[in-house]
Design a protein around this ligand. Structure first.
Ligand code: ACO
Length: 363
């Protein structure tokens, strides 16, 4: 019997060893390791190695991986030429999709490899930073080989060596958002990979999917909420009014997590432990407490907590990142999860080819 589930809700489409998302227990693991724990001990490069290879790296292995990432940071001459020619009103996600598309030469043909995954992961922060500086009429800042992946990203954006606290905060965010099971963009990437198309084409599919507001494109709502609450004379009253009038408060609730989003918890814990000096962060923590208390009072059975977007926004604000960088930065992190899944798809591939039920009329 044919079964139909709109949006494939509840359908298991893939068996994976990359990560596990337990929405009931609020647990996210990468290759069996708790992600909150990983952020306490691993760098971005080490976590990426774990997702790509399935094992934690030795010192020698991680050094080699770091070097390969550094070697692949620069744009190709063609990418640089095209970047300068793209219209100013093109969105950053469209720019990323276009420039990643230009990666697709003969070196990417054939089955996907970790080398290709490294190349794509290495270049994306440079695309984002160069485009951002060109739009601001500033000289681009070339990648600095002494710096780590996350440190170099911030350096290329600002032209200044970033504070350690800022690097750690962003690194935590980027590790936490590297991977999240069968979300829409990862699924899209695996569908393209399942046709035995190349890795660049699969990633271009994923970027186009990530761009949509229902997936990667909604964090500005959290800023709008915090800005509104900042100037409210009676915050609790404003929050209650919003909830009672049916508004969904941005940064709260989650489709999968029916308990605390472990990424939000880990992000908050890290931020608190590092004592990032930012009044917005402390304000966000106050707002979280108030909103969660009021949601528990007004919607007692719904189990609504902060999701990852809430503290991601707090982090990006603390780093003075423009909101236009939020989804692109998420994309730079998720490149690791996408490529890990594309590699896994190729290991034991079956083309995705579901069916549809015709509901039109017969003529
Ligand atoms: N604020 C107030 N009430 C909420 C919220 C919220 N953020 N989220 C859910 N509720 C309430 C709903 O009003 C509803 O109450 P009711 O049954 O009394 O009418 C109940 O909780 C269930 O809501 P649904 O929308 O059905 O919950 P679902 O699990 O389908 O939706 C979603 C999850 C879409 C994330 C929702 O919580 C939401 O819109 N949150 C705000 C947007 C947001 O922060 N998105 C980012 C998610 S994280 C990520 O994508 C990486």
């Amino acid at each position: 019997m044919k079964m139909f589930r709109k949006g494939l809700k509840g359908v298991v489409a893939v068996e994976t060893k990359v990560a596990s998302v337990d929405g009931e227990k609020g647990r996210l693991t990468y290759r069996g390791y708790d992600v909150g724990e990983l952020t306490k001990t691993l760098t971005f490069e080490e976590a990426a190695f774990l997702l790509w290879y399935g094992e934690l790296p030795t010192d020698r292995e991680v050094k080699k991986c770091i070097q390969k990432i550094k070697d692949n940071r620069a744009l190709s001459p063609l990418q640089w030429e095209v970047l300068q020619a793209l219209p100013r009103d093109m969105s950053l996600m469209d720019v990323i999709r276009t420039l990643i598309s230009l990666e697709g030469d003969q070196t990417y043909s054939g089955p996907p490899t970790v080398e290709q995954a490294i190349k794509l992961t290495a270049v994306i922060p440079t695309i984002i930073a160069h485009r951002t500086r060109l739009l601001a009429n500033k000289d681009v800042v070339h990648p600095e080989l002494q710096l780590s992946h996350v440190e170099n990203y911030l350096y290329m954006l600002t032209g200044k060596k970033p504070l350690i606290a800022h690097v750690q905060a962003l690194e935590t965010y980027m590790i936490l958002t590297m991977e999240h099971g069968m979300n829409a963009s990862t699924f899209a990437a695996r569908v393209t990979a399942s046709t035995e198309s190349d890795i660049v084409s699969s990633i271009v599919t994923a970027i186009g999917t990530m761009k949509g507001p229902l997936h990667g494109g909604a964090p500005t709502g959290v800023i709008a909420l915090l800005e509104e609450l900042k100037v409210s004379n009676d915050r609790k009253k404003t929050i209650k009014h919003k909830i009672l009038s049916g508004e969904k408060l941005m940064g709260f609730g989650h489709r999968v997590y029916k308990t605390v989003d472990p990424r939000a918890e880990a992000l908050k814990e890290k931020l608190l432990s590092m004592q990032v000096e930012d009044s917005w962060l402390h304000f966000a923590i106050e707002v979280e407490k108030e909103v969660v208390t009021i949601l528990a009072e007004l919607k007692p059975d719904r189990k609504l907590y902060t999701n990852v977007e809430f503290y991601a926004t707090a982090i990006m604000r603390a780093l003075s990142m423009d909101p236009t960088l939020f989804t692109p930065t998420f994309t730079a992190a998720r490149m690791v999860g996408w490529t890990a899944h594309i590699l896994e798809q190729a290991e034991d591939n079956v083309i995705f080819r579901p069916q549809s039920t015709y509901v039109g009329s017969e003529k």
